[in-house]
Design a protein around this ligand. Structure first.
Ligand code: SAM
Length: 279
C-alpha cells in the first residue's frame, strides 16, 4: 500500500504559529521534502526533531518529484514543507500533489499560515469573492498583459511582491487600475515590524517615493466598480428606434441595435413599434 504526502504549513514569521499537529507530522513521517533544507532544519531543531531531509524546489522539482513519488508508492510517508506558509501557494508543491493524485497516493493538508489569506482578512475589503494573482511577472510584456486582463476584475485581488519591486508594481497598478482604487498593504505579517495600512493606489505610490520598502509584502486591491447602470425606460428605447428608422435604417436593424444597447427584448420593441405605427 502506498504512503501519504502531507502538505505542512509552517510559520510565515512567528514560530509560535506552528501547530502541535505540524510537529506531530514532522515526527511521524519517514522523510521530509523541503524547499530549502537549511530553513526546515532550523525548524526541526527548534522542535527537537531529527528526520531525513530531501530537497524539493523550483529547479529540481521534476527529478526530485519522481524520487519522492516512487518512495511514496513504496509505502513511505513524506511531509512537504516550504520556507514559509502553505506549500503549493506561490511555492513548490502543485506538481507533486498532481502527480500523487494521478498515481493514487493520498495527500493530506496540515494547514498553517498563508500570507495571502492573513492579508485578505486584515484588508477590510470585500472577502466574499476574491482572486489570488501571486507575483506579477518581471517580463514587462507579460506583466502588462496580466494587469490589462485584471482592469475590469470585480473581485478583490491578492498579489505577492518583493520589496525591491514594490515601487514599480504600485506605479503600474495605479496606471492600470486608476489612482483612486483602494489598496491594503500588509508588511511583515506576524513579525516584529508587522503593519497593515489602507489607502488609495496613488497614496501608496507616494508613500514609497522617498522611503525604500523593506520586508515582505502582500497587496490587496479592491475590485473594479460595477459599470454604471443605464437607466432607460422602454418609451425612451422606442424613441431611439424611431430616430434610427428616421435616419434611414431598417426597422429590423434599428430594433436589433437598440435591443443590444438597452437590454430590452427584440420582440417587445418590434411589436411595440408595429402597434405604434398602426395605431
Ligand atoms: N506559500 C507562502 C504562503 O502560504 O504565504 C507564500 C510563499 S511566496 C514564495 C513568498 C511571498 O509571500 C513573499 O514575497 C510575500 O509576498 C508573501 N509573504 C510571505 N510571508 C510574509 C509575511 N510574513 N508578511 C507579508 N508577506 C509575506
Amino acid at each position: 500500500m502506498s504512503g501519504t504526502l502531507y502538505l505542512v504549513g509552517t510559520p510565515i514569521g512567528n514560530l509560535s504559529d506552528m501547530s502541535p499537529r505540524t510537529a506531530e507530522i514532522f515526527s511521524s513521517v519517514d522523510f521530509i521534502a523541503a524547499e530549502d533544507t537549511r530553513v526546515t532544519l532550523k525548524l526541526l531543531n527548534h522542535l527537537g526533531i531529527k528526520k531525513p531531509l530531501v530537497s524539493y524546489y523550483e529547479h529540481n522539482r521534476a527529478e526530485s518529484g519522481e524520487k519522492i513519488l516512487s518512495r511514496l508508492l513504496a509505502g513511505e510517508s513524506c511531509a512537504l514543507a516550504t520556507d514559509a506558509g502553505m506549500p503549493a501557494i506561490s511555492d513548490p508543491g502543485e506538481d507533486i500533489v498532481s502527480q500523487c493524485h494521478d498515481a493514487g497516493v493520498e495527500v493530506i493538508a496540515v494547514p498553517g499560515p498563508c500570507a495571502a489569506v492573513c492579508a485578505l482578512a486584515l484588508s477590510g475589503l470585500p472577502t466574499g469573492r476574491f482572486t489570488f494573482e501571486g507575483f506579477l511577472s518581471t517580463v514587462k510584456k507579460n506583466r502588462f498583459a496580466h494587469l490589462e486582463e485584471l482592469k475590469t476584475e470585480r473581485r478583490t485581488m491578492i498579489f505577492y511582491e518583493a520589496p525591491h519591486k514594490l515601487k514599480a508594481t504600485l506605479s503600474d497598478m495605479a496606471e492600470y487600475f486608476g489612482g483612486d482604487r483602494r489598496i491594503s498593504v500588509s508588511r511583515e505579517l506576524t513579525k516584529l515590524h508587522e503593519e497593515t495600512f489602507r489607502c488609495t493606489l496613488a497614496e501608496a505610490v507616494k508613500r514609497y517615493e522617498d522611503t525604500p520598502p523593506k520586508g515582505e509584502f502582500v497587496l490587496i486591491i479592491e475590485g473594479a466598480p460595477e459599470p454604471a447602470e443605464t437607466e432607460i425606460s422602454f418609451e425612451d428605447a422606442l424613441e431611439q428606434v424611431v430616430t434610427l428608422t428616421e435616419s434611414g435604417m431598417s426597422l429590423k436593424d434599428s430594433v436589433k441595435q437598440v435591443a443590444k444597447s438597452t437590454g430590452f427584448g427584440k420582440n417587445d420593441l418590434y411589436n411595440a413599434m408595429l402597434k405604434r405605427n398602426n395605431g
